[in-house]
Ligand binder design. Sequence first.
Ligand code: MOS
Length: 767
Amino acid sequence: MSRVQNAAVASVRTVLGLVPARWLPGGTPDELINRQVEIGRPTPRLDGPLKAQGRAPFVTETAMDGQCHAALVHSTVTRGRITRLDTRAAESSPGVLLVITYRNMPRLDIVPMLAGLNLNAPGNSGLPIMQDPEVRYNGQAVAVVLAETPEQAEHAASLVEIDYAPRTAATVFEDAKAGARTLPSLLVEKNHVTVGDAERELRRADHRVDNIYRTPGHHHNAIELHGVTAAWDGDSLLVHDSTQMIAPTASGLATLFGVRREQVRVVSPFIGGGFGGKGLWDHQIIAVAAARMIGRPVRLRLTREGVYRIIGGRTPSEQRMALGADAQGRFASVIHTGYSVMPLYGTCPEPYTLGSRSIYASRSFEFLQRHLDLDIVPNTFMRTPGETIGSFALESAVDELAHEMDLDPVELRLRNIPERHPISGQEFSQHGLRQALTDGAERFGWTRREPKPGTVRDGEWLRGLGCAAGSFPYARMPGGSVRLTLRRDGTAEVSCSAQEMGMGVATVQTQHTADRLGLSLEQVTFTLGDSALATATSAAGSSQTATIAGAVSAAADKLRAELVRLAGRDSPVAGRTVRLAGGGLSDVDDPARHDGYREILARAGRDELTVTASGPPPLEFLRFSMHSSAAVFCEVRVSAVTGEVRVDRLLGSFDCGTVLNPVTAAGQLRGGMIMGLGVALTEETLFDARSGRIMNPSLADYHIPAHLDVPQIDVIWTGIPDPRSPLGARGLGELGTAGVAAAIANAVFNATGTRVRDLPITLDKLL
Ligand code: MOS
């Protein structure tokens, strides 16, 4: 996150631009792009029956012998010092085993903090955890009670008496703007980027819009609450955790508690949603420390309120979005700047300007984000970080410019699709925004849109259509590995410490491995969810599928080399160029020549053959510009009487490379779009400006879309493979959310003539 890093990334890009593409990962397209059998089939989730029958073990369903239960006490002031602490009533409450506060908590360092370049560092907060009497934000954990049952622990937690000497705290977004910081970089990208003189181009442009867009904080509401069970056996630690970072959590806990990485095992076979919120937070560290102190397994499951108190969400933002265009509607200026929160002890810079850097061409650009240091639980990554709220500003502004120019908003977008990355000049690996927009417009019936706002009325209801584009970058993480075992009966097992948060990871990688090895689906098993397995990377940034695919592909290459060696000179394919196909080694030039896995292993007297491999370093996305695109269309109706907004139709048209499994892909994309719908209409974390306390920490007060809020969602895709990625696929977990809030806001404008630049679009803003 430094100037040095900016320079390093820039020079790697320059060097990679000079080397021939065929030397790089992705330089030669994956041969499976054109040889799909199981890939691309709508295979139902292989773990579906387990989940339907309640046999998929989630963290808090996995009991350990002798476990006790923990409940947290949260601070009720923002900044301050604990002046009186009385735990006697809690300690004498029935079933209570131990009360831990800063007084008896073991001394611990700061957890290694999540960072762009250290993938083993999982921490989301750089604050000390119950190490001193200081309180840094409202809701921080200040004590934990251990008891025989969860109810006893919760009750006793309510009996802990604490007085505070409060200090002045920064809790108001507006007030903190004067002291905003400017970071050199946003993850791996430079923060302040200018091309030409964007302000001057804006002033001179034939058409321009220049507005401020505001988005509120959002909170994580995974269906499964955060939970952990920790047990020590001597210096060995076993942790059942609901986490999207299995291996980094094991590394982080080992560092923090002074044991070797191999002594820590993190198990997490099923996760009921993560979305960026299931990293390493205070509760896991408190549970591990408590288990060591009490000498028993400790389970700590957060309450829904507890998730709001100690797990960060998405920052609020205030974004300036200015667009200038010439008379033909070609962009002359794109300016996207603004403010969001990132405390000094946080890690997530919420990169809302990144999407605006890649999606449209323009003569000039300026991007700059400033960060506010508020005294709150550190904000973190949340589904489609950056793009969710950045695309609201950009794509609302495109709609406003189209309106001001009296031009169709789809047409305005089509006129500005770049041939190469508009800032770096890099070649796109594959880029189908144009097709996503035109396919989506046709399927949706976009030509039926009445351009003049507020003119279509159906009784009480004003009707409108809106659209928006979106994008999300491709990512493949360095270092993720898999272990691949081929058995004498011709079956294969792949395993790694991947995370199953509901996406269908095992299903898709089983399909992949079957095709990679030329086996049937039934001959392959894929095991995940345990840090004792080969080290996989976190499930983050929509990278997991491509990362594992790269590793499976590398393992298959290794396996082929081993098999050739084992097959020996008596093999029918000896001396030939072979690929893995049809359950064995197959002559590339003469597929009739074949040597089966079973035969090879039998001749060699081997029961099995095992290889472990990681994919090559992910240089493809530094060499090429790799982005997926979305085009979102929607129809809304707005009550002229109450201002109520109903979304009647929603369509997502996506360009995301090969779709590996239409069932799981559509599920991911629909889920992302529903989150976008919540961002547009209902979701908002409410802070009390006086106390910095979150005032709506429950599903009754923080409104996520419920079934009746969600219309039928139509999902289509171009299906064009990306020649630079494993399997031709780009991640799509987060793509679905990009652009949705703007599409809905634009439809509301088309229906009513009211432009809402301040999310969520609640009815008071339309009356
Ligand atoms: Mo995601 S916000 O990287 O789970």
